[in-house]
Design a protein around this ligand. Structure first.
Ligand code: WTA
Length: 656
């Protein structure tokens, strides 16, 4: 089939379909009719729908009102009081779940720890009490820069317990990125570790934090987890007197218990930075009750959680997927989870499958970029293992190409496991478009239908609703876990998400279409955000990092299709006079981006351009750069200030 035939088939929805599994009748949402009924209720009367479910939260004080909607600001469960760590831990105190394994943690070098809800509760209490002893309290911002170790879960829940607002920074970020986030959030405490393992190499996280905090005096304390308890010297680091202290010490100095702080439904729970279209990352913040309810219910429904499931979400807690579907969602449901520290291909490309088989994982949630890498590594790796414990598969983070979807279904799911392709964002807080495994007939590559409470539509640029065909995804009504704002920048919240159609719709920044059967298909970002390996990166962020290099005067960054990563980054740079393009300089510039932002943001290629193609008003024509980088025929260049620039660029690119 040609590409355009495939596209036509998808647009009309005429692709093969996959029915719900035989166990559908026992699912939380057991049929499509039931889904439709509940979804309609959730849209027609959100207050009734969510109000009923809210009785599953443990309230210190009842709320007065389910929803107050002053577009674009929503408040849910106003007047209520509760604590997030209580929902994840204390709630189970008098139940069997308390002695159930919460985390099966696997370190990259091979350690394995099982931690029960009771044990986590104990450690969260101790750490929270220790943080209080250090002087931290409700409303303080705490930056957490940790690898995927159990202390990361303890630290976030301990912050939640004392009412401090956590901002987790993915441990792949650079010193500069930490500094930006610490400064913007006003964090006064940083929790980190001396180091981490990644694909067998040591990463000295504490040194990176020291580097980041060099010029910041607002941070009063740094708490350091020692990653290798067998050999405390493993990761070289130094401790700054009066500022730095070890995690074990903080745990042991306070009392054994810590009363949970009673938080207002709308008090901020966390800030999480994500890329946007300007150079400055946005601090998306979420509040308590709505976010907690949304994550609890969506985890249960989308993954059809049962008490004997072993759930494994392979994301890092440094991104929203880890916040919602490792910490808050699964833990509120009292499920047993696998938490793995390392890379999928260390020491071998079957590390994930080895873990699935050994731990009898029943629900597995990963990203398309990982699936494409598994495909490339070959079927023999998963085939070496018994994957029969799996009953449900999920994907998130970027559009999944139908070929990868089918491979996942066949090779990992043995054609037995339904796949939930879940579309959502840091901003939406919870899964927003998704199949429900017991209800939805799926189509490879489609995120299918909106989750409860999500009033999704497709609009054209002018704001006309499209029943079928391609346009922009929009959401019409507020939902409990939606972002409440951008930390310290209310105007940017309005401008970015609510200004496109006169304040009437939330605009997520994704292009999408509905097929003839009403299925939603996400096409990808329509702004200058590139989704590489499921990580969102604003091209403006990279561009401003490039021009900070002494040799660069101008830069334009674009995304191009990439076999594994979905999209790869290409940087076009113009050098300052007196600098010559060279292979060494290209290598140096890639490394520079790694240092400035983090190695996951390194471009695939750096292309030197004597000049960049611009319109007469000086706007860089990214479309043309994309054509050059993907080897397409030269497009319409008549609006170029200097059409000759393109020919030169293309010659250079082809010579490379
Ligand atoms: C993209 C990750 C297609 C989308 C949870 C969105 C997806 C951005 C999907 C958010 C999916 C996420 N299909 N595209 N199933 N899931 N995206 O904030 O472009 O890191 O806007 O949240 O990822 O990325 P974020």
């Amino acid at each position: 089939m040609t590409k355009s035939e495939e596209t036509n088939q998808r647009a009309s929805g005429r692709v093969e379909t996959y029915s719900p599994p035989p166990w559908a009748k026992d699912a939380h949402t057991p049929s499509f009719a039931e889904y439709q009924k509940r979804w309609q209720e959730s849209i027609n009367d959100p207050e009734k729908f969510w109000g009923k479910l809210a009785s599953e939260l443990v309230w210190d004080k009842d709320y007065d009102k389910v929803l107050e909607w002053n577009r674009p600001f929503a408040k849910w469960f106003t007047g209520g009081k509760l604590n997030a760590s209580v929902q994840c831990l204390d709630k189970f105190q008098d139940t069997e779940t308390f002695d159930k394994t919460a985390l099966i943690w696997i370190g990259e070098p091979g350690e394995r720890r099982e931690i029960t809800y009771r044990q986590l509760h104990e450690e969260v209490n101790q750490f929270a009490a220790g943080l209080k002893e250090l002087g931290y309290q409700k409303g303080d911002r705490v930056a957490i820069y940790l690898p995927m170790i159990p202390e990361l879960v303890v630290a976030t829940l301990a912050c939640a317990r004392i009412g401090a607002i956590h901002t987790v920074i993915f441990a792949g970020f650079s010193a500069d990125s930490i500094r930006d986030r610490v400064e913007d959030s006003g964090a006064t405490l940083v929790i980190t570790s001396d180091g981490a393992w990644r694909r067998g190499s040591k990463i000295l996280l504490k040194n990176i934090v020291d580097d980041a905090l060099g010029q910041i005096d607002s941070v009063k304390n740094v708490v350091v987890v020692q990653r290798n308890t067998e050999n405390l010297e493993e990761f070289t680091h130094s401790m700054t007197p009066d500022r730095d202290t070890y995690y074990t010490k903080v745990i042991s100095t306070g009392p054994a218990t810590c009363e949970p702080e009673s938080m207002d439904s709308e008090d901020p729970l966390f800030i999480l930075y994500t890329s946007g279209t300007t150079g400055k990352p946005k601090g998306i913040y979420h509040t308590h009750a709505g976010y907690l309810l949304g994550t609890m219910i969506s985890t249960r429904e989308v993954f059809d959680l049962k008490s004997n499931d072993v759930f494994w979400c392979t994301a890092d807690v440094g991104w929203i997927t880890g916040h919602s579907y490792i910490i808050y969602g699964p833990m509120q449901n009292g499920v047993t989870q696998v938490m793995y520290e390392g890379a999928p291909n260390f020491p071998n490309p079957d590390r994930f499958w080895e873990i699935v088989a050994a731990e009898k994982v029943s629900i597995f949630y990963t990203a398309p970029t990982a699936i494409r890498a598994f495909m490339k590594w070959g079927d023999n790796w998963p085939q070496k293992h018994d994957l029969s414990s799996l009953r449900l598969l999920g994907t998130v983070g970027e559009p999944i190409n139908p070929e990868a979807w089918r491979w996942y279904h066949k090779t990992i799911g043995a054609e037995r496991c339904p796949i939930v392709d879940t579309w959502w964002q840091t901003e939406t807080g919870t899964i927003s478009l998704t199949p429900l495994p017991g209800a939805t007939t799926t189509k490879p590559g489609s995120a299918t239908f909106p989750f409860y409470g999500i009033d999704a539509v497709i609009l054209d640029e002018a704001g006309e609703e499209l029943q079928t065909g391609q346009g922009l995804l929009a959401i019409r009504k507020p939902w409990p876990a939606m972002m409440r704002g951008i930390w310290g920048d209310e105007q940017r919240y309005r401008d970015t998400y609510w200004s496109k159609w006169g304040g009437k719709y939330y605009f997520p920044g994704d292009g999408a279409f509905r097929d003839d059967d009403g299925y939603f298909w996400i096409v990808g970002r329509v702004d200058d955000v590139v989704n590489t390996s499921g990580h969102r990166i604003g091209t403006a962020e990279l561009e401003s990092a490039f021009v900070e290099h002494e040799t660069v005067t101008e830069a334009a960054v674009i995304g191009i299709p990439h076999e594994i990563k979905g999209e790869g980054l290409v940087g076009f740079v113009t050098l300052r006079d007196g600098n010559e393009p060279s292979e060494e300089l290209a290598v140096e510039l890639r490394a520079w981006i790694g240092e400035k932002i983090g190695s996951f943001a390194k471009p695939e290629r750096v292309i030197f351009a004597a000049d960049l193609p611009k319109t007469r008003s000086g706007k860089i024509m990214r479309r043309l750069l994309r054509d050059v980088a993907t080897g397409k025929a030269l497009g319409d260049v008549t609006t170029l200030a200097d059409p000759g620039v393109m020919n030169e660029l293309r010659e250079q690119y082809q010579d490379d």
